[in-house]
Design a protein around this ligand. Structure first.
Ligand code: NAG
Ligand code: NAG
Length: 375
């Protein structure tokens, strides 16, 4: 159906939208409107019309799903226009009467749903050939427009995905295997002081978020190492790392989907907002946030210290009277709301007190041309 006819059909169902668009309009939050403008190119009025129409479409879909029963083939919107698939040509008039565009397909939605449920009950991990590194079934779902069950697989698992589809009773025309590059992960919000794992084993702490990832200590990981959350979600990859020598710093380029926040974990249920990176003078108070001990404070004793670690000497560190323990490495040092540096090392602990050195953050930012995220 062409758009004008569809709009005419909708007008019957949606007098409120076309008669008085502002009524529905008022329900959309300004932030949602701004996002719809940014991501979908819709102005406020177009956004209201679209949302109202989509809401109405869900009702029409439910109505047709019930009335067409086992012949229902799925429904989807294309630029606001509702398409409804049926397996029985005789039911197309019913779809038209409901204001949608009918399509005749060969697979009913329930048939594809049954196959999907059968997959849900299979031990898919077990079925994969682990000899290849690129194995995994990332997702499977019904693509209603394609009228198929789609299995997304890494390159080493495409033939197994096909076998799985056949095992749940699907033939070639009922499924499609699509190759994807990555397995999905959950997304994380990264804050200074939060724990992260290097190559899924050793733990360090996040220093500060930068617009493209975060900075931490150099001894935490070398270039190419992965950074994940403690629950295994990918945060990024070490793309720069210096230790020992001219510093103890690293830059972890963040992977997409993560949020690098301009805040520091205060380890008492809240955060501290980072507002800049003006270096504090000797004698100034300074605090540190890290994933082993949480937050501890003290004072700056000396700037530009050269420190001897067993791995070698490191220049340009700041000595403080703040305590720290293993795993706090990389974590944020801050003075008020100003970022100071990332935890390097030291002596003592947080039971008996200690000395801790930090790598000044401004040197890390300039070494890699990074921009600090401010909260
Ligand atoms: C982590 O893995 C990378 C790449 O495989 C390797 O270069 C690095 O040495 C490993 N360990 C650390 C601590 O970076
Ligand atoms: C941490 O943040 C929480 C929530 O904002 C606040 O109630 C708490 O006092 C803060 N604690 C410290 C030690 O800053």
């Amino acid at each position: 159906m062409e758009l004008t006819r569809f709009l005419a059909a909708l007008a019957v169902f949606l007098p409120i939208v076309y008669g008085a668009p502002t009524t529905a309009a008022n329900n959309l939050h300004p932030e949602i409107l701004a996002a719809m403008k940014r991501d979908l190119g819709l102005d406020a009025e177009q956004a209201h019309v679209r949302v109202a129409r989509e809401l109405k479409a869900t009702e029409v879909i439910e109505q047709l799903r019930t009335s067409t029963g086992n012949s229902f083939g799925g429904a989807w919107l294309v630029d606001g226009e509702l398409n409804v698939a049926v397996t029985d040509e005789a039911l197309t008039s019913e779809v038209i009467a409901a204001g949608a565009t009918p399509l005749v397909v060969s697979n009913s939605l329930s048939k594809l749903e049954d196959a999907q449920k059968a997959l849900d009950e299979m031990d898919i991990e077990q079925a994969l050939d682990k000899r290849s590194k690129e194995t995994g079934i990332a997702a499977y779902y019904i693509d209603v427009a394609a009228n198929k069950l789609v299995l997304e697989a890494l390159s080493g698992s495409t033939s197994q995905a096909e076998e799985l589809a056949k095992q749940v009773g699907l033939v070639e025309s009922e499924f499609e295997v699509r190759t994807v590059k990555d397995m999905p992960t959950t997304f994380a919000t990264v804050r200074g002081g939060d724990a992260y794992l290097i190559n899924q084993s050793a733990r360090c702490s996040v220093g500060f978020s930068v617009t493209t990832g975060f900075v931490s200590a150099g001894h935490c990981g070398s270039v190419g190492a992965t950074a994940t959350t403690t629950s295994g979600a990918t945060l990024g990859t070490f793309s720069g790392s210096v230790f020992p020598g001219s510093g103890d710093y690293s830059y972890i380029r963040g992977s997409s989907g993560n949020t690098f926040s301009g805040t520091i974990n205060n380890y008492s249920g809240g955060t501290i907002t980072v507002s800049g990176s003006t270096a504090a003078a000797a004698g100034a108070s300074v605090c540190r946030s890290g994933s082993t001990t949480g937050v501890f404070c003290g004072t700056v004793r000396a700037l530009g210290a050269t420190v001897t670690y067993s791995q070698g000497r490191v220049t340009g560190l700041t000595q403080t009277s703040v305590c720290a323990e293993p795993g706090d490495s990389g974590g944020s040092f801050y003075s008020g709301s100003q970022a100071q540096g990332v935890t390097s090392g030291g002596s003592g602990d947080c039971s008996s007190g200690g000395t801790t050195y930090f790598q000044p953050v401004n040197e890390i930012l300039s070494a890699y041309g990074l921009t600090l995220v401010r909260g």
